[in-house]
Design a protein around this ligand. Structure first.
Ligand code: 1HE
Length: 259
């Protein structure tokens, strides 16, 4: 039986999805994308939060270039649309995902990371879009998602000049929301996923489904959508239970994070 390219582990409602093709630096082949699709679909039915990470020394070297050499233009567009489907399910599906990043986070690997909701980079991570050097273009949603994170001008620079951002610089520019010591991204991502899984499900739904649409709507439509979403959320009995717990001093106060 062929070795699988994606590992799947569910514990306490948290799914750990690992790219497992370290010998090819977790390059994303057709088999990887299919296995990732199955993992994400399965997680949608059973997980409350998830972590996506890479086995070995790198998160992902991006598109499997060996498979890409002979694609016709039509196969190319179908391939790109397949990636869009899987990454959209990550971004717009029911499960909040944290990406744990280390080593190469490049090309399609960076596009995958950008489709998750929170990115944790360790200091070994580096970010690049070598598509420019390979004579191709991003095809996994990068031109839509990356400008939202880092701006069009930074992405333009990366693609035109092959600029590589270190973890430190990259995190300050919005590639990742958390920067941790080498080897620490998976543990931190898991800690965050556990916090997310403890939220009221309706709050997580609102953040994943309503927030991105509101942020991109015209302001008046956005404000109305916000009021409607807020009303639905606060009328849920879980919200009432949590607010009552606070008023009765039975739950933690807001305090600054240690890190
Ligand atoms: C690969 C790939 C790959 C490694 N496709 N096989 N992505 C890139 O242009 C990045 C290309 N990769 C690299 O620059 C380097 O491999 C790394 C910096 C990620 C890692 O370096 P290193 O020294 O640890 O590994 P290596 O020796 O370069 O690679 C080990 C093996 O992985 C080697 O195969 P081997 O059979 O000779 O052992 C490499 O050929 C193989 N390998 N990366 C195929 N990407 C939807 S559009 C998205 C468009 C893109 O993502 S374009 C960006 C593609």
């Amino acid at each position: 039986m062929a070795k699988s390219n994606v590992t799947y582990a569910l514990e306490g409602g948290i799914v750990l999805i690992g790219l497992d093709r370290a010998e090819k630096r977790n390059a994303i082949s057709d088999a990887v994308i299919e296995e990732l699709r199955s993992a994400i679909e399965r997680a949608g039915k059973e997980a409350r939060a998830g972590v996506i990470f890479g086995h070995g020394d790198h998160f992902s070297a991006g598109l499997d270039l060996a498979e890409h050499v002979e694609r016709t233009p039509f196969e190319g567009v179908q391939h790109s649309r397949k990636w869009h489907g899987v990454f959209d399910t990550i971004e717009r599906g029911p499960v909040p995902y944290v990406a744990a990043l280390h080593g190469a986070v490049v090309g399609g690997g960076l596009e995958l990371a950008a489709s998750t909701h929170i990115r944790v980079a360790d200091e070994s991570a580096f970010f690049a879009l070598p598509e420019g050097q390979r004579g191709i273009f991003v095809g996994g949603g990068g031109s839509v998602r990356l400008p939202r994170l880092i701006g069009v001008s930074r992405m333009t620079d990366m693609m035109l000049t092959g600029r590589v951002y270190s973890a430190t610089e990259g995190s300050s520019y919005g590639f990742a929301q958390y920067l941790v010591e080498p080897g620490g991204s998976l543990a931190k991502a898991l800690e965050l996923a556990e916090r997310i899984a403890a939220n009221a499900p309706l709050t997580n739904f609102a953040v994943l489904q309503a927030l991105p649409m509101i942020a991109e709507a015209n302001p008046q439509t956005g404000l109305l959508m916000e009021s409607l979403m807020a009303t639905v959320a606060q009328s849920d009995k879980e919200a009432k239970r949590r607010i009552r717990q606070f008023l009765e001093h039975k739950t933690a106060k807001v305090k600054p994070d240690k890190t």
